[in-house]
Design a protein around this ligand. Structure first.
Ligand SMILES: *Cc1c(COP(=O)(O)O)cnc(C)c1O
Length: 352
């Protein structure tokens, strides 16, 4: 033990590696599920106006303007059903900190969002990965747990698969669990369905949302949690006092109000996704039908890593993912039609 060692629990942790973020302009970026489109005009104008706002003052600690607008748009009973965060990654941190003590256990499906494991490791908690069954179904045991199971995390739609667990199954899952079930809805806007109404019927269901994907604001950092006011009140006590900055709150408030823009953009991207799925299948890929803004595909040749490298050499970034004991493949974000065509053309060239 040296003077500068971190906590012992951290020596075992698996650090999370985010997708590559090269300087802008050089690559067609289809690797981190960002929107290929700029955010709505209302957001740009709101940020411009905010630049002459009270930047010398601390922001509203609870992002009230955002919560008012979001609760109205989402049809929630009141703004107290929303906890705002610095990206939904911060919300996930708050949830793990709040519910899972050192040595206690959280559960996640596999393969899914790797960050959950990292958050458990930081906490000195244990994690349990339950593999999806064929067809991306959850096994029955996913809904069982002993007393030390403190939290279950389920991305829905899932990443990297883009698949969803039906809402009735989620309700049953929550009923059988001895702990909160977090439904991470980072991609729900692309899916046409979500679990927001379950939050009202099941107080152990908590839904996380982000402005990073469907609202095209990954650079702004804003996400939120939807849950019963009693639980959110307690979780609010463990967040940083000023976790959402003024500019981010202004931008997020304008964005959540732009529902017409959201509908149109999602429709466009889902059409691009359908074209992508068709063309990838024609090229011989096994394509998992996606409900998100990305497509998971594998190729019988197994040359996923080489394809990733070939694309990168030609200025197209996609995500190569390798899940130990499970397999590897490519996760390709839905870009503009032009970006997706460039990627598909290169894959065709690689395979010919
Ligand atoms: C992108 C993503 C997030 C993170 O969203 P931020 O709000 O940008 O932190 C959370 N969960 C999943 C499954 C994601 O893919």
């Amino acid at each position: 033990m040296s003077k500068t060692d971190l906590r012992p629990a951290l020596s075992r942790m698996l650090p999370y590696t985010p997708g590559e973020q090269p300087p802008p302009g050089k690559f067609i970026k289809l690797n981190t599920n960002e929107s290929p489109y700029p955010p709505p005009q209302e957001v740009i104008r709101a940020i411009q106006d905010a630049a002459t706002g009270p930047l010398n003052r601390y922001p509203d600690p609870t992002a009230r303007s955002f919560r008012n607008e979001a609760s109205r748009v989402l049809g929630l009973p009141s703004p107290d059903w929303i906890l705002a965060g610095n990206g939904s990654d911060e919300i996930l941190t708050i949830l793990v900190r709040g519910f899972v003590g050192e040595g206690q256990k959280l559960r996640l499906p596999y393969p899914s969002y790797i960050l959950y494991r990292t958050l458990a490791d930081i906490q000195g908690a244990r994690w349990e990965q339950t593999p999806f069954l064929d067809g991306w179904h959850l096994p029955t045991m996913f809904g069982q747990g002993d007393a030390d199971l403190r939290l279950v995390l389920l991305p829905n739609p899932n990443s990297p698969s883009g698949t969803i667990v039906p809402k009735d199954e989620i309700a049953k899952l929550a009923e059988s669990l001895p702990c909160p079930l977090v439904v991470d809805e980072a991609y729900a806007d692309f899916a046409g369905d979500n679990c927001l109404d379950l939050v009202r019927s099941h107080d152990n269901i908590l839904v996380t949302r982000t402005l990073s994907k469907s609202y095209a604001l990954a650079g702004i950092r804003f996400g939120f949690l939807v849950g019963s006011p009693a639980i959110l009140g307690k979780l609010g006590n463990i967040k940083d006092s000023y976790n959402c900055d003024y500019l981010a709150t202004v931008a997020a408030t304008a964005a959540i109000g732009a529902q017409d823009w959201l509908r149109e953009t999602v429709e466009t991207m889902n059409q691009t996704r359908a074209r992508m799925e068709t063309r990838l299948a024609e090229l011989g890929f096994n394509v998992t039908p996606s409900k998100a803004n990305f497509v998971w595909c594998t190729h019988p040749s197994g040359e996923h890593e080489a394809m990733h490298q070939f694309l990168k050499k030609n200025q197209v970034l996609v995500r190569y993912m390798n899940f130990p004991d499970w397999g590897d493949g490519l996760r390709i974000s839905v870009g503009t039609d032009q970006q997706v065509d460039a990627c598909l053309m290169l894959l065709e060239r690689y395979l010919s």
